[in-house]
Design a protein around this ligand. Structure first.
Ligand SMILES: *Cc1c(COP(=O)(O)O)cnc(C)c1O
Length: 430
């Protein structure tokens, strides 16, 4: 055992802090913890020299520093890339967050009376108007909105939730519908077959213990071939006849018709589903909507109110920064409704809407930035993020043998070549 191989924390910190943007206390603390683990390894009999240890700690500090959240360049062409933070926020919404964050704000004060006001009141009202629902509310993410909704709408002796076997999906990040039901205290009642579920399958499953019927949008895979499910209108009638709420987890939830933006499949809109008889829709804030991470619950007023009264609501309510960001995105959508050309307000929609000429121009600008030999090739883009699984739309990419030397650039590698799709590149570095 050669503990003398351990470097001096102080000396190494002095050296490494110069190459880092991190505060000295953080660098020192990090090195201390690393040295501690090398001490254990040496005591365990590993043979390491001081040079080995110093080099490894230097690399680890680099890795640690680069894990700090920061902007990156998305050259993958995947619009809603969960690993890259899903949707970028528009400038107006980001500026509003900055202003509210660095000041006090009217979070729970009514500015007209000076008395206690309703938290998120503006957002809830605007959202309800936007998605044409009686009421709406917001929690931290769509997964939380589902857990909360289930908890609020089930009761003792009435906790059965009917779901089609074709919709028992895993979304990613460990989100599986059967598990979510279980943690929420609901009892899953599976009906139908993977590819086909009939109205009478639902009908047979209804008992006095049925709390609700849950539909789950198959957002990240596609079911094709010999398939079928009841018309929503008929399912709604069935639920209504038995006085059972019909809830749909939409996942992404496109607020705008996206069909015309790119030749891609139809993503159901919350307002459309509510209009067809769904009584509550749940959807994400940071998928195709293009806002911050959030889960939106919209639909029947009595159900939304019941959900807000569930004690768990308090545990998953968003903070003022998320409320501000989402509120501004909702305002942007309502502005967009009046001015359909203003797609620039919502970056995700703007990127989806880029013309071949726009893309060509961006690709050429990119080519000028990179010194390597490159060519512009046709490729396909995707929405990603569990949205429109089949959607592949024509795009172009700058193809290079090596990855272009731009800071934190992510590309798509096909046939051993790097493809940088200009569609999802936000700001090229100067
Ligand atoms: C993405 C998705 C979720 C989870 O949404 P988060 O906002 O990430 O929690 C839930 N359900 C469906 C159908 C989804 O596509």
């Amino acid at each position: 055992m050669n503990l003398s191989a351990l470097p001096s924390v102080e000396k190494l910190a002095q050296q490494l802090v110069k190459e880092s943007q991190l505060p000295k206390s953080l660098v020192t603390g990090f090195i201390k913890r690393q040295v501690g683990s090398y001490r254990e390894r040496l005591m365990g009999g590993e043979e390491l020299t001081r040079e080995d240890i110093t080099a490894e700690i230097t690399t680890s500090l680099d890795t640690f520093e680069s894990s700090r959240l920061q902007p990156v360049l998305n050259g993958t062409g995947i619009l809603i890339h969960t690993n890259l933070g899903r949707s970028p926020l528009g400038h107006r919404a980001a500026q509003a967050v900055y202003d509210v964050a660095t000041n006090y704000c009217n979070l729970e004060i009514d500015l007209t009376t000076g008395k206690r006001g309703k938290r998120g009141g503006f957002l809830e009202e605007s959202l309800a108007i936007l998605v044409e629902a009686e009421a709406a509310t917001v929690v931290n993410n769509c997964a939380a909105s589902l857990v909360l909704t289930l908890r609020a709408l089930i009761a003792e002796g009435k906790n059965e939730v009917i779901v089609s076997r074709g919709e028992l999906v895993e979304i990613g990040g460990g989100f599986r519908i059967p598990d979510i039901l279980e943690t929420s205290g609901a009892k899953l009642v599976e009906v139908g077959a993977t590819n086909k579920t009939h109205l009478h399958d639902y009908e047979k499953a209804i008992t006095e213990r049925t709390a609700l019927i849950l539909k789950v949008h198959r957002s990240n895979f596609y079911l094709g071939g010999f398939t079928g499910e009841p018309e929503l209108e008929n399912l709604f009638q069935l639920a209504k006849d038995h006085d059972i709420p019909l809830v749909e987890d939409l996942g992404s939830g496109a607020l705008m018709h996206t069909d015309h933006l790119a030749p891609i499949e139809h993503e159901p809109r919350p307002q459309e589903q509510l209009g067809r008889g769904i009584e509550l829709v749940l959807f994400s804030g940071d998928k195709l909507l293009g806002g911050p991470q959030a889960g939106i619950i919209a639909g029947r007023k009595d159900l939304v109110e019941k959900i807000k009264k569930e004690p768990f609501y308090r545990a998953v309510r968003p903070d003022k920064l998320i409320l501000t960001a989402l509120q501004e995105v909702v305002v942007d959508y309502l502005t967009l409704k009046d001015n359909p050309e203003r797609l620039d307000l919502v970056p995700v929609l703007e990127m989806l809407n880029q013309t071949p000429e726009d893309l060509q121009e961006k690709a050429q600008a990119l080519q000028e930035k990179i010194s390597d030999e490159s060519q512009i090739v046709p490729t396909t883009g995707a929405t990603g993020g569990g949205t429109m699984p089949q959607a592949q739309f024509p795009s172009i990419a700058v193809q290079t043998a090596k990855k272009p030397e731009l800071p934190h650039l992510f590309t798509r590698v096909e046939d051993d070549k790097h493809h940088t799709d200009p569609r999802t590149l936000r700001n090229l570095p100067e």
